[in-house]
Design a protein around this ligand. Structure first.
Ligand code: NAP
Length: 289
């Protein structure tokens, strides 16, 4: 069994970006600029946002955090997004999820200009992925993209393998399933209504769990020698610690590769966010030439 350290891979990606950003700044005379919006005081969200701005500082991406009250209305948030859409100095806009109940997430995500959508959640970016029309303008969602990079970093064979994804969200489950399919895996997507889930997960050469239930994936649900990617991030507000979906202690011995939580998918999500910001910047500077 080998633990895939997302922390190590993310550090390598960020080092590379740091040099690239320094070169881009001297070439174009402008610094890539990321604006993060946080609405409310959810401790998990605050911690994720701080990880993102810290990474941007490291890479040399200009960044700012706009923090609003939990009572903010949808139209107030839309006005902020539109202001940033119109600001030619802003390359990336990230609205930290989840949003308070009174704000419709999809309305906000679709309001962010697709070329500033560093999370890759806008429907145009999603359409590029799901219709296999990816170009240099497409922004891929960070967590699924990070998962593919984690698998590839260890040369884990994807083509022809059976990949099982637990979870079908637009943010993780669905896009990672499509990315695995694009790499020629045979993909099964499971969700809360799946029957005989363990029977299916036991067939997985690659098992991706993205549900957010601590210790859900037990040893008897995993095939000997499988590569297991744990996306789950359950935040314990009391301890301030996070834990994954996989019962790591009992599952890890059965696997060929496994990601830890923390230190697995999370750091790669942030590294891919930095890559996306640089990509948006490059699209903007080449558009303005
Ligand atoms: P989500 O939108 O809540 O989706 C959860 C999915 O899990 C749903 O498709 C749900 O099925 C499925 N599910 C829930 N309980 C299940 C069960 N008992 N058996 C089978 N499937 C079940 O969550 P998400 O945004 O995809 O995030 C999933 C987890 O990943 C969360 O813990 C989140 O914090 C974490 N996450 C981590 C990162 C990172 O960077 N590490 C990034 C994003 C998300 P239904 O569709 O049937 O309801």
């Amino acid at each position: 069994m080998e633990i895939i350290s997302g922390k190590t891979l993310a550090a390598t990606v960020k080092e590379g970006l740091k040099s690239q950003v320094a070169e881009l700044v001297s070439k174009y005379g402008r610094i890539p600029n990321l604006v993060v919006i946080l609405v409310g005081d959810d401790p998990g969200s605050k911690s994720y946002v701080s990880g993102k701005t810290k990474a941007a500082d490291f890479v040399g991406i200009k960044n700012s955090l706009l923090h609003f009250e939990d009572s903010m209305t949808e139209s107030e948030l839309l006005a902020e997004v539109n202001r940033l859409n119109d600001d030619s100095d802003v390359d990336g806009i990230l609205v930290q999820l989840p949003l308070p109940k009174q704000i419709r997430t999809n309305v906000i995500l679709d309001a962010i200009r697709a070329d500033k959508d560093v999370d890759g959640f806008h429907r145009l970016n999603a359409a590029d992925l799901f219709q296999s029309r990816i170009t240099c303008e497409t922004v891929l969602p960070c967590t699924p993209h990070g998962i593919i990079k984690l698998l590839e970093s260890k040369n884990i064979e994807i083509s022809g393998k059976h990949a099982v994804v637990i979870g079908r969200s637009n943010i993780v489950g669905m896009p990672v399933a499509k990315m695995l399919l694009d790499k020629n895996a045979t993909v099964t997507i499971c969700h809360s209504r799946t029957q005989n889930l363990a029977e299916i997960t036991r067939q997985a050469d690659i098992l991706v769990s993205a549900i957010g239930r601590p210790n859900f994936v037990k040893a008897d649900m995993v095939k000997e020698g499988a590569a297991v990617i744990d996306v789950g991030t359950s935040f314990n507000a009391e301890t301030g610690r996070i834990c994954g979906d996989v019962d790591f202690v009992n599952v890890s011995d059965k696997t060929s590769f496994i990601t830890p939580v923390p230190g697995g998918v999370g750091p790669m999500t942030i590294a891919c966010l930095m890559e996306n910001t640089v990509r948006c910047f490059l699209n903007h500077v080449s558009d303005s030439k």
